[in-house]
Write a protein that binds this ligand. Structure first.
Ligand code: LMR
Length: 401
């Protein structure tokens, strides 16, 4: 019966992370998966999360199913955070939001919805993008292609080429964009570039799908959502996936949301109904615990303040690590590959290391990066910085031997 089943080659991020756990070397360093670790190399439990969780445990009660669309207070808090509390689209009731299983769940529910109502659309993702984007949309039945994005020579953005490519797409093409802290490159559009791009999306009748997995890790909670606020401002219908895995350090709770900006409250009600039906067809309804924590934090002023402050200090720590790895590598890494450690934003830097060099880093030095050359700078700390810098310098010195 199952003879024809292929072996799973594994996932470029999650399998690597599992292999790291099996590595027995003491001085191994995990800069592969996008997870924030603190200065001691520990996964933090944020103070606001700890307090909210304590309150919820004290109130422990029965555990009924949540509604298919999710916990109402959570969905409202998602909208308020992602769009701004006084967003005109929110005030008008034009946003349909469902609770999802992390950001990936939001992408999958959105993909199923789009496949049903825009069956002829194709999907366009940045070159490169998070490996799972292509996988999720292809599995949902789409053809996935790329638009130009990252400029390896400068470590920056190919903005003109990106605009030209997107300007030539057929109407109703789905254009997947990263709101901030682009994964894997750490290269973002600035506000003026977003305005220009959104004008084209509108003019060409394209369907933006914004993935915001790192709100608060770039320029701040509000500033990171600029693209979303601008879509509302320019009246562009759009999908927005958001995740609390990173900014609440709630990875395993699978807390995310999918919001759709619609033309009217009436349309939003129907869209919400069909998103709900996609949830039912995939997993019936979402889990309770993480959503209650997030809702409690976001709607309790003291907890919210504590969360924002801690997120800001996490961000500052990442900036410090960027500066320190930059300084440690200076002199050992070509200048053209150095500035990006400071300039790229969020959890990742695209180091420019080749897959073969990443393999040597892992096999010989126990330093794990994604084979694309992506480094999770949010996992650097005072202990592993020097090991990492030495290993990279050695690998690069062999490359030029
Ligand atoms: C990553 O990019 O490393 C994270 O978003 C984890 C994942 O699921 O791939």
């Amino acid at each position: 019966m199952f003879e024809h089943i292929d072996a799973y080659p594994g996932d470029p991020i999650l399998t690597l992370n599992e292999n790291f756990a099996k590595d027995l070397r003491d001085n191994k360093v995990n800069l592969s998966i996008g997870i924030y670790y603190d200065d001691e190399g520990r996964l933090p439990v944020m103070q606001a999360v700890r307090e909210a969780e304590g309150q919820l445990l004290a109130e422990l009660g029965p555990k009924p199913y949540l509604p298919m669309a999710g916990f109402a207070q959570y969905r409202d808090a998602v909208q308020s955070l992602v769009f701004g509390d006084d967003s005109p689209a929110r005030v008008d009731g034009r946003i349909a939001t469902v609770q999802t299983l992390g950001g990936s769940g939001a992408l999958k529910i959105g993909a199923d919805f789009i496949k049903r109502y825009f069956p002829d659309s194709q999907v366009w993702v940045s070159d490169p993008t998070w490996e799972n984007h292509r996988f999720i949309f292809e599995r949902a039945g789409f053809t996935v292609s790329t638009y130009p994005y990252y400029d390896e020579a400068s470590g920056g953005l190919k903005f003109e080429a990106m605009l030209t490519a997107i300007d030539a797409l057929p109407a109703r093409s789905v254009v997947l964009l990263h709101a901030c802290c682009h994964n894997p490159t750490g290269v973002d559009l600035n506000d003026a570039q977003w305005v220009q791009l959104i004008e084209i999306l509108k003019k060409r009748d394209l369907l933006p799908f914004i993935d915001m997995a790192y709100q608060g890790f770039g320029a701040g909670i509000e500033a990171d959502a600029f693209a979303i606020r601008e879509l509302v401002h320019q009246n562009v219908p759009a999908f927005v996936a958001n995740s609390f895995s990173k900014n609440f350090s709630l990875y395993g709770e699978r807390c995310g949301g999918l919001s759709v900006i619609c033309e009217s409250p009436d349309v939003a009600a129907r869209v919400l109904g069909q998103l709900t039906s996609a949830v039912r067809a995939n997993y019936s309804n979402p889990p309770t615990h993480g959503a209650k924590i997030v809702a409690r934090v976001l709607t309790t002023p003291e907890l919210r303040q504590s969360w924002e402050d801690e997120l800001t200090s996490m961000c500052r720590r990442i900036m410090r690590m960027r500066a320190e790895i930059h300084d440690c590598l200076r002199g050992n890494v070509p200048d053209t590959m150095l500035a990006r450690y400071l300039e790229q934003r969020g959890m990742f830097t695209y180091t420019g290391l080749l897959a073969g060099q990443v393999d040597v880093l892992r096999e010989r030095h126990g330093v794990y990066l994604i084979r694309s050359g992506r480094m999770c700078v949010a996992a650097l700390n005072e202990r592993n910085l020097a090991i990492t810098a030495r290993a990279i310098a050695e690998v690069l010195s062999h490359a030029t031997d």
